[in-house]
Design a protein around this ligand. Sequence first.
Ligand code: PLP
Length: 393
Amino acid sequence: MTESDIAAVRDVLKSDWLTQGPNIGTFEKKLAELTGAKYAVACSSGTAALHLAMLAMDLGHGDEIVTSPVTFLASANCARYVGAEVRFADINAATGLISIKALEKVLRSDKKKKIKVIVPVHLGGQPAALGEIQGLAEAHGALVVDDACHALGARYRYRGREYRIGASPHAVITAFSFHPVKHVAMGEGGALTTNSHEIAEKLRHFRSHGIQKDAFINDGMAFSPENTLNPWYYEMQELGYNYRLTDIQAALGVSQLKRLNYSLKKRHDLAEKYHRLLRERFPDGGVRPLEAAPGVYNAFHLFIVLIDFIKFGLNRAEVMNRLRSAGIGTQVHYIPVYLQPYYRRRYGYNPGAFPEADSYYEKALSLPMYPQLTFKDCQRVIDTLKKILENSH
Ligand SMILES: *Cc1c(COP(=O)(O)O)cnc(C)c1O
C-alpha cells in the first residue's frame, strides 16, 4: 500500500459515502478502459463475480458447467450456488491450462446438452486458449465465462489478432478478483466485464437484491395518481444478493489501477530473469517453468515451476519448509478441485480421474512473484532451491 492508496481511503472516510459512492463508478470506468470492455460491474469478491455470472447466464438445476480441475474452488463452486452441476476437463500438465482435447471429449459426451457454460481459468495469468474454447462452446450451444482472477492485464493471440482478457469476443463475461493476493488488492473485491449492455444490467440487478429502479411491473404502485414516480418506490423483480463493493474498497482499487502497467512490466522482467536462471541452473529441466502458448502476454499473477521431486529424492513439504527457513515463501496452486471431499462425495471421483491435473499437482510450486521483488531476490530463490534440491542425496 502506497501513501496515495492510504490517502484515497482516508478521503472516502471523510466523504459522505462509505458504500455505493462515486468511487464505484470511477473504478468501473477505469477497469473498462484498462480491459477494453464496454461495461464493468464491480462487486464484493471474485467468488461473488462468478456467482453473478452464473445468475446472469440463467444457469440452474439441470444445467452443467465445465471448468478446469486446477483452479481455486470458486471456479467450480459458482455453478453449485445456482444448483447446476460441475464437470471438469483435464488440463495440459505442461501449461496448467484446460486441454482443448479433454474439453472436446467432455462436450462430446454431453449428449443431452446439459452443459451451458464453460469456465476456463487463466492459471497464473496465462490466458487459456479462448479462441478455440469459444469455437467448441458455440458448436455445443454453450457460452464462455472466463475466470480471469489471475489475469488482469493479460492478452492472447488468436488467428493473427490480439485480444485483451476482459474484452474478448470469445467470452460473454469475464470475472476478476481483487483479494489481497491478486494484482489489485482491495481487501475483498471483484468485478465482471462484458460487452453486452443487457448482461451488464442483469449483473447490476443481481448485485443488489434484484432491485429495479426503472421499468416497473407494478406501475400502479410506482406512480402517483398524477402519474409522477413515487420517490420511495423500488421493485424487486428477481432474487438478488448483497454483493456490492464499498466505496472504500473502490477508492483503493482506483488508486492501485494506476500502477497496474508498472506492475505488469515488473512481473514480466522478473519472469524473464527466473526463466534465464532456471535454464542456467537446471539445464536438464529438473525445475522448469510452465510452458507458454505463442503470442500470449502473461499477467504473471504467479510464477509456477514444475519440479521433479521424485528425481531429486525429496518431497515438496520438505522443500517448502527448507525454503521457508531461508525466508522464502512458496505456495501450491492448486490442489485439484475434484479431489476435495465435497466434489468426491458429490460425483464419486477418485484420484487418477484427471491424470494431467494429478501430474501437474505433484510437481507444481509457486515461487515468489510480486513487483517489489528484485533480480537479486530471484537469484537467491533459485540458488537456494538448487542447494536444497541437490544436497538431498
Ligand atoms: C482468487 C480467485 C477466485 C476467488 O476470488 P475471491 O475474490 O477470493 O472470492 C476465483 N478464481 C480464481 C482462479 C482465483 O484465483
